[in-house]
Ligand binder design. Structure first.
Ligand code: SF4
Ligand code: SF4
Length: 151
């Protein structure tokens, strides 16, 4: 069995995480950004739009209550700017729950990939195992389309 490094041993109690200001490493990864129904009021408000107008103009519907940002699949996020996310206060669940996504927490191998990508892991406040479990559960509704898209 592979031994845990010191960072991973500490992770048994929880994981420190604090998003690094102006870091855009996860936003630069090409792919879809999913938006769930609960994201829409804040996002629409950010653009001073009604929910219906926002859905019509900014989203593409996958199925009832689940959308993606309307942008090309293979490009970085359309809201990514030099200084970071241009809609940061209203960013959707997918972005707010990174790096604690089910697919990232599914194995040590996957988690190590995320640790290499994200400089926010290992700094900032400690997220308890319960908190992380809660975040993973919240973001798990996004895993089904993600897995289907990548099969
Ligand atoms: S890679 Fe990590 S630190 Fe960088 S923007 Fe994404 S969550 Fe924040
Ligand atoms: S909405 Fe913002 S946080 Fe989410 S991927 Fe786009 S730029 Fe990054």
């Amino acid at each position: 069995m592979k031994k845990l490094n010191s960072h991973e041993k500490k992770a048994v109690e929880g994981i420190r995480f604090d998003c690094v200001e102006k870091c855009v490493k996860c936003c630069e990864i090409p792919g879809q950004v999913f938006v769930v129904h609960k994201d829409i009021p804040a996002m629409a408000g950010f653009f001073n739009m009604s929910a219906d107008q926002f859905i019509e103009e900014k989203l593409a519907e996958i199925r009832h209550g689940l959308y993606t940002l309307d942008m090309p699949d293979e490009e970085p996020c359309v809201y990514l700017e030099d200084g970071g996310c241009s809609i940061y206060p209203a960013r959707p669940l997918q972005c707010r729950t990174f790096p604690f996504w089910p697919e990232n927490m599914a194995s040590l191998k996957e988690w190590r990939k995320v640790v290499r990508l994200c400089p926010g892991i290992g700094r900032g406040r400690m997220y308890s195992v319960d908190e992380i479990t809660d975040i993973v559960a919240k973001s798990s509704i996004l895993s089904v389309p993600f897995i289907m898209k990548n099969e």
